[in-house]
Write a new protein. Structure first.
Length: 181
């Protein structure tokens, strides 16, 4: 195969599959959704390189979906690996912890530190639930088994946790007009 053929095949595949691959990738990434474009573009790059290396594809669509799926899973794992590297506020030598989150907004410009401060305001059980649901990305069923309670109770606790977090950050958002209108 020559470059002209590879270019034609790439363009054809891109026109047919780019948007569906983005939607598929988004469903795989979850919270790591910012990596969608990178995963899709890298999949097309790999496809193009293989075309240039004279590889024949019986089903280019299947190859692209499999490649995007693998790249998305890798990106999601990397996202959660990096998210779990945040240090506890106790590990930081930041001096005395401010009394309220509102007081701390001027003291902290690092969002990870603000997140850690917010999480420190949660009870031990709430922190554990937050970790399982939002950091480890466990399903309600998985959390239910771990905590030995039914899924409805997990859903209720998760809902109450989201409301509490919202109550804690609303004053900051309103004061700084963050979050749009």
């Amino acid at each position: 195969m020559n470059k002209k053929y590879a270019d034609e095949q790439l363009e054809k595949a891109y026109d047919l599959y780019a948007k569906p691959l983005e939607r598929f990738c988004l469903s795989r990434l979850g919270e790591a959704y910012e990596s969608v474009s990178d995963c899709v573009q890298e999949a097309f790059y790999i496809y193009y390189k293989r075309l240039l290396d004279n590889e024949q594809f019986e089903n280019s669509r299947a190859f692209l979906y499999r490649t995007v799926s693998n790249l998305a899973l890798k990106a999601r794992d990397e996202y959660f690996k990096n998210a779990s590297r945040t240090k506890s506020i106790d590990d930081e030598s930041v001096g005395e912890i401010p009394v309220t989150i509102e007081d701390s907004i001027t003291d902290y410009t690092d969002y990870d530190k603000l997140k850690d401060l917010l999480i420190s305001r949660l009870s031990e059980n709430e922190q554990r639930l937050y970790q399982m649901k939002y950091v480890e990305d466990k399903s309600l069923a998985e959390i239910s088994k771990i905590l030995d309670i039914n899924e409805k109770a997990v859903a209720n606790r998760t809902h109450r946790l989201r409301l509490k977090i919202k109550r804690l950050i609303e004053p900051i958002l309103e004061e700084n007009e963050i979050g749009g209108s």
